[in-house]
Write a protein that binds this ligand. Structure first.
Ligand code: UDP
Ligand code: MG
Length: 317
């Protein structure tokens, strides 16, 4: 099978028939063998009934139905597990992404050798409240991930070599960082294609809340941390802890030496607690020990985690 199209959707009933017809037309015009996997993420409208109807009419339509709404990432995860095509294409259900891009995306993966091609909505049809924060978000994501050639991390329209989707784990809200996940798994040929974008035709956006920025950045930080230190937590915490402890220790020695010196020379009687260094030393040594301990516990946990030997083996003979 050439292509699997994975479509995560949440309450998009109005768009589905049109989207399906459009994808089908593009596939037939280009002679692709394909499947369309609709992942119904706990929709409360008629979406699932429509998917059932579509799958009765056409055997290339497959559906996964979540019992409740989990989010876009879990939907993609399950779609990826099910996908069988050599190239996997993800696409939003709201008709904002155009299926006409599929042939070119397919060509870039199969002929130009890309592992992942992300759509780039150069001209967006979204409200300003969405586009401006998105610019900021993308700049940060580029910097942190080191994938400097991507303008649009979060575009729903992306194409992957099958191996990529089988070897990454999209969870939480990580669908915004799939290129970064792919890069961390060792798939380095990541490209971009300018795609057409349209205003939402039916319904409204599911990602309008302000909290998405906050959560988005927290996700980016944990991803960065996991990829840098996930397997060796001691290297961060141990180092920080040791530095703290050392500084604290120096302060203690300073305070002690000062006390002894004053005693010896019969200077006016002074308590060690009068010195600010006493408190600094106290805090630093305690925090230093705690950090060191955190690193050590982290090591123990990572040694026991099921992921510890989850290495990406590309080939075996
Ligand atoms: N979506 C989903 N689960 C959710 C939220 C959204 O599967 O909990 C789907 C949604 O139906 C759409 C895609 O993810 O197909 C992108 O969502 P949306 O168009 O609302 O995001 P935007 O384009 O506004 O960023
Ligand atoms: Mg949309």
């Amino acid at each position: 099978m050439d292509i699997s199209v994975v479509v995560p959707l949440y309450n998009e009933a109005e768009s589905l028939p049109e989207l399906h017809a459009w994808i089908e037309r593009v596939m037939n015009e280009n002679g692709f063998t394909y499947e369309i996997i609709f992942v119904n993420d706990g929709s409360t409208d008629a979406s699932w009934r429509i998917i059932e109807e579509l799958s009765q009419k056409s055997e290339s339509v497959k559906g996964i139905k979540f019992r409740r709404n989990y989010g876009k990432s879990p939907a993609l995860y399950c779609g990826f597990k099910r996908a069988q095509g050599d190239v996997v294409i993800t696409m939003d259900a709201d008709l904002q992404d155009s299926p006409d891009e599929i042939p070119e995306l397919y060509r870039m993966i199969t002929q130009e050798g890309y592992d992942l091609v992300s759509g780039y909505k150069q001209k967006r049809y979204d409200p300003l409240s969405k586009t401006i924060p998105t610019k900021l978000f993308n700049a940060t994501a580029r910097k942190v991930s080191g994938i400097h050639n991507l303008h649009d991390f979060n575009c729903g329209l992306k194409a992957y070599r099958k191996e990529v989707v089988k070897n990454i784990e999209v969870y939480g809200e990580m669908h915004r960082y799939i290129p970064y996940l792919a890069k961390n798994a060792g798939f380095s040929k990541i490209g971009e294609k300018v795609v057409h974008h349209q205003a939402r035709k039916f319904g409204k956006t599911k990602f309008g809340g302000w909290n998405r920025f906050f959560n988005g950045y927290l996700d980016l930080i944990s991803l960065w941390f996991l990829s840098r230190f996930g397997l060796k937590p001691m290297h961060v915490f141990g180092l920080l802890g040791s530095i703290m402890f050392f500084l604290g220790f120096v302060a203690v020695v300073g305070v002690g030496a000062d006390k002894l010196y004053s005693l010896h020379h019969g200077m006016p009687y002074r308590l060690v607690t009068d010195s600010p260094y006493f408190y600094l030393a106290l805090t630093m040594m305690i925090i230093g020990t705690q950090l060191f301990l955190a690193g050590f516990l982290g090591e123990l946990i990572s040694r026991n985690s099921a992921e510890r030997n989850n290495y990406q083996i590309e080939k075996e003979i």
